[in-house]
Design a protein around this ligand. Structure first.
Ligand SMILES: Cc1cc2nc3c(=O)[nH]c(=O)nc-3n(C[C@H](O)[C@H](O)[C@H](O)COP(=O)(O)O)c2cc1C
Ligand code: SF4
Ligand code: SF4
Length: 436
């Protein structure tokens, strides 16, 4: 049976599934319920200075739905905790006492002044919490007040605040980054330079979830006026995975433990983050939409998959996919695949033909000998994966690689053993010059 226990930035937890700082971790009542369901840890909803902030008393959430009304993207204009600081601290202390085997990390956001950080760190330390997470990522409301992403978007500020915290607390310091930057590496490097014990990412993405076309106002709106909010949920996972991979494969940050956040709904999402270098994961939207019980499937699914793959611990596969992430120029241009349609599964809907026809490859038939029939024309197929991506029948279209020695009938080229990246490709004039 796989061992799911983790030690992340020196913080132990029985499994890698933590609740991210958000409404599910806003008070003891929720956190205790979450722990009863099996969550390994929580990052408490971000604390700030008193007096507490005020939220709007109206819609603060919005959703992007799939055709079957599943929530695939989620947006919020909520601020940090709106409960008094001491109330939160008392509850954190009590919950940590009652649940010593679970991780309790406290998310913090105070003005960008050293004294403010010193003061709050001291009070959090007294609770016995396992660590702090610096919220340098909230993109709405708080950023207008010079906090959250207003700090996280400036690497010098990230470094400065992280240094203060490292200097003034013995607790592990996790730096939570904002994705609202052109390149995630500079803020990650700044956190690493300042000695962050770990980096977590992502916080939410700047967004307008939709427009109310009757009111002619962005959603969600308050008295007919709206503002941008933070986007999360399944739709943001690809963005976060890329940022995680960038940090994991950058020499200056590769050594820093990573906590993966964004769109995690099940064990497979978590396994993907861990494969790209994360030591644990955090979940918000899935818990808000489906409840705390989702962790049960995450624990059993991950455990069963690890058993099947022969991974005894999380460390056994953490980071295994990083060496396979590379730059485009290193991809093998001598490799070729062709789409293959399994005629026994095909329901003859024609979607693959329409897409391939209109996307300029014209590589799927519609009729053969006057009969409706969808088949790939190898002479035209560039192996782009569009048809397989849109076919409504799972596994009906497979992308099959040509073997070494096969001739690609589209290009006339024989597939060779040796990879042929762009830097060495005969079609690259610079490669030709270098070879001469
Ligand atoms: C309603 C809501 C409130 C949030 N509040 C906070 C917060 O106070 N502090 C914080 O660091 N992140 C906050 N987040 C961001 C989440 O912790 C998380 O980074 C983000 O939602 C991505 O994860 P997900 O796709 O699993 O939701 C909030 C997210 C939501 C949806
Ligand atoms: S999209 Fe799939 S099911 Fe539809 S015709 Fe093409 S192969 Fe058949
Ligand atoms: S892989 Fe691309 S080019 Fe080939 S048949 Fe499918 S859509 Fe057409």
């Amino acid at each position: 049976m796989a061992d799911l226990r983790t030690t992340f930035a020196g913080i132990r937890s029985p499994n890698p599934f933590w609740l991210a700082s958000a409404p599910p971790t806003d008070k003891a009542y929720n956190v205790v319920r979450a722990f009863k369901e099996g969550w390994g840890g929580v990052v408490w909803k971000t604390l700030g200075e008193d007096p507490p902030v005020m939220n709007v008393s109206g819609p603060r959430y919005g959703a992007l739905h799939s055709a079957d009304r599943r929530v695939i993207g989620f947006n919020n204009i909520e601020l940090i905790t709106d409960r008094p600081l001491q109330l939160n601290l008392d509850e954190i202390k009590q919950v940590k006492r009652d649940w010593p085997d679970r991780a309790i990390v406290v998310s913090l956001m105070v003005p960008c002044e050293e004294q403010s950080w010193i003061a709050i760190l001291k009070r959090v330390e007294e609770t016995g919490a396992d660590g702090v997470e610096l919220n340098l990522g909230c993109p709405h409301g708080m950023s207008e007040r010079g906090m959250g992403s207003a700090v996280g978007q400036v690497p010098d500020y990230v470094e400065m605040v992280t240094r203060w915290c490292k200097q003034h607390t013995r607790m592990p310091v996790i730096v939570k980054l904002t994705p609202n930057v052109a390149d995630i590496r500079p803020p990650a490097m700044a956190a690493a330079r300042a000695g962050a014990d770990a980096i977590s990412l992502i916080n939410t993405i700047n967004s307008i979830i939709g427009v109310d076309l009757d009111m002619m106002a962005p959603l969600p709106h308050t008295r007919g006026v709206g503002t941008h909010g933070g986007y999360c949920g399944p739709a943001v996972k690809p963005i976060s995975l890329n940022m995680v991979a960038e940090i994991a494969r950058t020499p200056e940050t590769a050594h820093v433990p990573l906590s993966g956040i964004g769109g995690i709904e099940g064990w497979r999402d978590a396994a993907e983050y861990i494969a790209l270098g994360c030591g644990n994961v955090q979940v918000c939207t899935a818990a808000m939409i489906y409840g705390f019980k989702v962790v049960k499937e995450m624990i059993s699914g991950l455990s069963e998959w690890m058993d099947a793959k022969g991974y005894a611990t999380i460390d056994d596969f953490s980071g295994r996919a990083i060496p396979k992430v590379t730059d485009w120029r290193h991809l093998d241009l001598g490799y070729a695949v062709k789409a293959r349609i399994d005629q026994s599964l095909c329901i003859k809907c024609g979607r693959c033909h329409v897409a391939c026809e209109d996307v300029s490859h014209q590589a799927i038939t519609r009729e053969v000998n006057g009969v409706r029939h969808y088949e790939v024309i190898d002479e035209e197929c560039v192996g782009c994966n569009l048809c397989a991506s849109l076919c409504p029948v799972e596994n009906c279209i497979e992308m099959v690689p040509l073997a070494v020695g096969d001739v690609d009938v589209r290009t006339g080229r024989t597939i060779i053993e040796e990879p042929l990246p762009w830097d060495r490709h005969p079609a690259n004039p610079m490669a030709r010059v270098a070879a001469e």
